[in-house]
Structure formats: C-alpha cells, structure tokens
Design a protein around this ligand. Sequence first.
Ligand SMILES: [Zn+2]
Length: 397
Amino acid sequence: MSNGPKERLDRRDFMIASIATASASAALAVTAGAANAQAAATVSADPASGTVYTGDTIQGKKVVSALNVKDLEPGKKHLLYFQGVQMPTGQHWYVSVTVAKGAKPGKRVVLVSGVHGDEMSSVHTVQTVMNQLDPAEMSGTVMAVADVSRPAMEGLQRRWPNFGRGNDLIDMNREWPGNENGPTAPSRHAGLLFNRLLRPNADAAIDFHTGTTGFDVTAFNIAGMDVPEIKAMAELYPVGQIFDNHVYPGVLHNAFVDVGIPSFTPEIGAARVLNIEMISLFVEGTMNVLKHFGILAGPMGRTSKDVGVFIGNSALPILATQGGLVEHLVKLNDKVEPGQKVAIQRNSFGEVVAEYTSSVAGEVTGQRSDAMSEPGDPLTFILFHKATLNGGETYPE
Ligand SMILES: [Zn+2]
C-alpha cells in the first residue's frame, strides 16, 4: 500500500482504496463514522512479517491468517487452513493450504485452484501433483491452495454470490490482487490471500482453471510468451495449444506478474467434471516445471515439443446472433480455414436461422456445450495468430 491512501484512511476513518495506480477513482470515500472498527480490523500487521497462527484448529488442521513457508519444518507436508474474509454470520471463509516443504532449501512454487467454483479438474490436477511429492527428496517448497473462492465452490458455480449491494455474482478472477479494504468481501478475500499467503511464498505461481459451465475448452495454457521465465514454464507442458496473450486485468496470474513473479494459467477442458486424461498432461507438465526449478530431481517428461503445440496470440469469438439450438460443425482442436462454417442454429420449428463461419485460420479452442443459446452468447473461440496485437485482449464471457 502506498503512503497516500494509508494517510487518507487514517484521516477519514474509512476509505475504499483501490490504491496504487493514480487514477482519479483510486480512492472512493464512503460514509465515515460507523466504519471505525472495520478500518482498524482490516489494516493490521505487516503480512511479510511471518506466520500467524490464530489459535484455532478446524477438523484437525491449524488455522493461519498469514503464512511464511520458511517458518515450517523442512522435509514434511503441512496441511493448514488459511483464514479468509468473514461471512455475513461473522464466521470466516477458510481456504485449504498444503505445503510440501523440501528437506533442502530451494525455489518456491505456488499452485492455485478453485478461483472459479465449478472448475474441478484444476483442483484434481493440483491434488495429484501434491500426492506425488516426497518432501524428504525435495530441494525447495511447493504450496498448493485449493478452494480459493469457497462460496462459489460450495455451489459448484463460477462466481462468488454476494449481497452487499443487492444480489450479485462476483468473478474472483477479475479481483486480483484484491484489496484488504475493498468494497466487497470477495475483493477483501483476494487481498488477504494475495498479501498474506500467495505473494510472500512464490518464486513462481501457476493458477489452474478449466472452461466454464456451459462452455468447454481444450487443454491449453494462457501465457505471456514475451516473458522468458513464463515461456520456459508454459513450454514444459505436453498440451496442444498455447494462448500467448496477457488477457484481462484482475486475473490472478497477472497480479503475480505485476509484482515480478512469473505466472500463467493452464486451462484443463470442461467445467464440473474430472477430465482424467487432460489432468495427467497438466500433472506431467507441472512435474516438469518443478524439475526445471531444481525442486525435484529426475528426467523431464514430455513437453509441448512432443505434441506439436499450436501457439496463437488472439482468440476470435463467434457470437450467436439469434436464439435457438446450436449444432457445431467442428470439434475442439480442429483446424479451421477462413470462410469455414463452424456452427448452425435452428429455431423451434427446426428451420436454420443462422450459420456461423470463421473469418480466420486457426484452431478451435473453445465451444459452447449448452445446446441452447441467446443472441450474444459465445459459440466458438478460434485460436489464431494476429499480425498486430495491442496488448492484452478481453473477450465476451
Ligand atoms: Zn476459471
């Protein structure tokens, strides 16, 4: 936090400070007074100062409100709960943390899953990696964080249900690096996690995702390939596509990159299900990354070179123009040519009301899996190479 917002926060009792970037809207004052206690409760100890045990134990696991993995005993696995933001009842949302602390010192890699609540293959990938680790044989530390967006995960849905300003569904992967004094509980939850758990323990970080409910994707990595440390990691995965783009502000891997920690996002197929075949590819790639950093010994597994990876720097969204039933004419990973028909749509009489074509040459990277759609819904994403790219791109969701 910079001095400016901190001083203002002291003076005015309570501010919602979206800090840093000196935009005119960076600090938004809200009603002062009643919030004294809140400000005092949320502006607290330096998160870099070390591990804080709350004294609570949940289902046999100790609870921390800040963690520095250097405080943990080497050569062991540690299972902890991180204390996140409070619920409306006053209890906390707790996040599961597994640390494999190597017997010898070395690099620290953070594996995250559950930022979206319906992306089960991401959780299983991280669990599988952690189950394969033997801390006695490791030089360095791997920390796994699951169920980041707890209330979203409890409902097996993408977004965090929040009613602070009327019913709302908040996408946690547009909130990072969060704000411990932010305007919503998810924003504060992100701030607590980023400042007190994720950032202090990462030399590199991987934030695992999948497609979303109603929309399937291939196995691919979203990675800024212009950053050598990120390119090196992304290329260690034996998966068929890399999306070389800096994408949305507010995504977790960008928050890491913004503070100098190389990071990227694997995408592991469909939401809600476990895609065991795809999961094994991402486990193999992640074990390669741990070998790359010297945390594990042993030969590399298969990499992107072994699967003839296709790298695109843009994704063409093909949006429904009509309501109706959608029939895909191509499959995930298919190559398409400009002018190629990729989907048709029928109304309730069975008449064809729309035909959708690709305007680019590329590969299918995402497809609507819910068979009905309304105008504006993304039907297909085509990964392709754009000659001139103006920074990170955002897409209809
Ligand atoms: Zn996701």
